[in-house]
Design a protein around this ligand. Sequence first.
Ligand code: HEC
Length: 108
Amino acid sequence: MKIIFMAVMALLATVVLSAPGLAEKKPPISGEALFTEHCSPCHQDGGNIINPEKTLRKTDLVAHGITDKADIVDKMRHPGKGMTNWSAATLPDEDAEAIADYIIRTFK
Ligand code: HEC
């Protein structure tokens, strides 16, 4: 009896664990890849080829009132002179946030 019970439990566990989708997770969007594609043309290595005073380095960002991810996303949505406007249609919130996270982690 006991052995049958064990066998059934083992079978059940196998079925549950191998059920499709359960262990599957969407791969995280790479903020670095998105940054390289969209922002690097002007902000290579966190600099700024058009307006050298407005780099993505922390001291510059803070000096311009940009202190967190939300501020960076806000800048993408409402850029200043010379920067491309990234609307939610061209760059969804999820991607914009991944880029902002990458900027904060990378350029000190
Ligand atoms: C066509 C060139 C260009 C591209 C592409 C571009 N930027 Fe910019 N960026 C600029 C310019 C010019 C400024 C300065 C604008 C201003 O006065 O606010 C700027 C400013 C910024 C600032 C504020 C920096 C500071 O020190 O105040 C942030 C943050 C920023 N960009 C993020 C991004 C992100 C993120 C992307 C990619 C999604 C991007 N930019 C793409 C040209 C660009």
